[in-house]
Design a protein. Structure first.
Length: 201
């Protein structure tokens, strides 16, 4: 039987999860979906093809939107279902944290995921509010807490502290790599746009 803790069941004050742990957990959760998104995307058209056939750009953007929406739906279902049944996700379990709800209902879990999107919409300021181990914006809006966990996940015993540290490093490392890829992608797009503008002058 999976033990799902609520606020009222915590006799001893729980240790709040740090922003680093939460970031690592998110990165581990998002990794598979990011890879799936990249693999499902068709190859982008070349610059010359975009110049000669502008309609191909609109078609490619439409394909990105469809694939992105599909992956987002899967990601949403993943988070909501796991937090509803286990109070955690695979990423959170890997770094040793879980979510405490005042009442673990479907509406509460769905509401928290919606509040998480709001934190992203603030350009991550909602998440930064959690530094170093304070409630984030979506924690405050939904009266939830993210704390250190000692419970099992699906019958699997909790991992050791050393394992948690390893997964934290892996998760944070992926955040750094992903950030680097995004920055490089933005720079590449800007350079290509600049070259395109020069070619049309």
């Amino acid at each position: 039987m999976i033990k799902r803790r609520l606020f009222l069941e915590c006799e001893v004050p729980s240790i709040a999860a740090s922003l680093y742990q939460r970031t690592a957990a998110w990165a581990l959760d998002a990794f598979v979906f990011q890879v799936a998104f990249a693999l499902m995307l068709p190859l982008p058209p070349s610059i010359n093809e975009l110049i000669n056939h502008p309609q191909n750009a609109q078609q490619y953007l439409g394909q990105i939107a469809v694939v992105g929406l599909f992956v987002f739906v899967l990601y949403t279902a993943y988070h909501i279902v796991l937090e509803k049944h286990f109070s955690t996700t695979l990423g959170k379990f890997a770094v040793g944290i879980e979510v405490l709800y005042p009442s673990l209902t479907w509406s509460a879990v769905i509401g928290r995921f919606g509040a998480c999107i709001l934190s992203w919409a603030t350009l991550n300021l909602g998440h930064v509010m959690g530094y170093p181990n304070k409630p984030t914006l979506h924690d405050r809006l939904t009266a939830t807490q993210v704390v250190a966990s000692s419970d099992s996940f699906g019958g699997t015993p909790a991992l050791s502290s050393a394992s948690h540290r390893v997964f934290e490093i892996v998760g944070l490392g992926w955040v750094v790599i992903l950030s680097g890829i995004m920055v490089w992608g933005m720079v590449k797009v800007l350079i290509e746009c600049w070259l395109l503008m020069r070619s049309t002058l």
